[in-house]
Design a protein around this ligand. Sequence first.
Ligand code: KIV
Ligand code: ZN
Length: 384
Amino acid sequence: MNTNQVHIFDTTLRDGEQVPGCKLDTKQKVIIAKQLELLGVDVIEAGFPISSPGDFRSVAEIGKAVKDVIVCGLTRAVMKDIDVAAEALQTAQRPRIHTGIGVSDSHIQYKLRTTPEKIIERAVAAVKHAKTYVEDVEFYAEDAGRADNEFLARVIQAVVDAGATVLNIPDTTGYCLPQEYGAKIAYLRDNVNGIHNCILSTHCHNDLGLATANSIAGIQNGARQIECTINGIGERAGNTSLEEVVMIMRQHPSLGLYTNVNSKLLLETSHMVSESMGMMVQPNKAIVGDNAFAHSSGIHQDGVIKRRDTYEIIDPAEVGVDQSKIVLTARSGRAALAYRFKNLGYNLTKVQLDEVYQEFLSIADEKKEVEDSDLEQLMKGVAA
Ligand code: KIV
Ligand code: ZN
C-alpha cells in the first residue's frame, strides 16, 4: 500500500484521556467524537473497553454516534480483552480491534517475564482471535522504539501472516531520535513480506519533545497512519499533536502527503478538548496556543503589519484563528500603536502619534499588556 494519504488515528479519548485529572464521562466523549468526525480524522480510538464499565459504555456509544469514521477499541494480547472489545464495538459501522504486546527486552524480561518466542505466540494468537470478530485488526508492538529491529521484524512478520492489516510501531517511551525512528520504519518496510498490503502506523510519545519530528520521520519512510491527540495530550509528556502533523503536511507540499482533516476546525476542536478536560493549552503551543499568532516585539509587529508572511508561515484563517494579534507591550513600536488605534477607529496623524507614544510607553512599563480601554483613555488627552 503506497498512497499519498496519511491516515489520522486520533487517540485523544484513549491515550489522551489517560492524563491524570482529564477523565471524561460518556456524554463528553460522544460530543468530542462527533467533533473529531467533523474534523475529518480517519480513526477514533474510543477507549479500552475492558478497563472499566464506563470505558465500555463510551466505546459502544461512540460506535452508535459516528458513521463515517473507524471506531477502534484497545486491548492487550489477552483473549478476554478482545472478547470485551468486540462486544463494545458491535454498535460501530466500521469497527477496529487494536491489540498488541511489549516487544523490547525490558518489556519482555521485566514487565511480561517471558521469552521472545512466547511473545510471538501471544501476538499471533491475539491477532487470530481478533480476526474472528472483525476484519480490521491493528497490532501494536509496544516499546518498539527501544526494541531490536530484527526481533521487531519477526514479530511484525508473524502478525501480518496472522491477518493484521495495520501495524503500529510505538515509540512508547519517547526515546528515539527522528533518524533512528525513520530507519526503523524503513527496516520493517524492507524486511517484512506482505507489508506493502498493510498500513504502517506511528505512535510517538513526547518525553524528549520529539514526538512530532519522529512521526514525520515515520511518514517520510513509508508509514501512512499517524496516531496523535488534540493538543498533544497523553501519558507523561504526551503524544504527537494532531494539529502539528496536519499542518506540517499542508505547509510542506514537497512531502507529497495529505490528510483528510479540515484544518479550519483545529482551533475550535482544541478549545473543546481543553475545556472539557480542564487541561489548559500552553500559550506558546504551536498552531493552537494563544500566542501562536500573536506578535509583541516592535520589529516583528512592523514586519507583520507591512506583510503578514514576514513573520507568519501559516495564514491564521487556515486553522480557524480570526486574525493575528498585535499585542501592545513596552517592546511595541509606533507602527503597532498606530495599527491598534486604527482598529479602534482613530487615524492618528504623525504629530498625534508622537504625542501619545511617550505616554503609551509609561503605561506599558507599568502593565504587562496595554488594552483597548487604555488606548481609549489615552485618546482623551490628544489634541484634535
Ligand atoms: O504508547 C503505547 O505504546 C501505547 C500502545 C498501547 C499503543 O499507547
Ligand atoms: Zn501511547
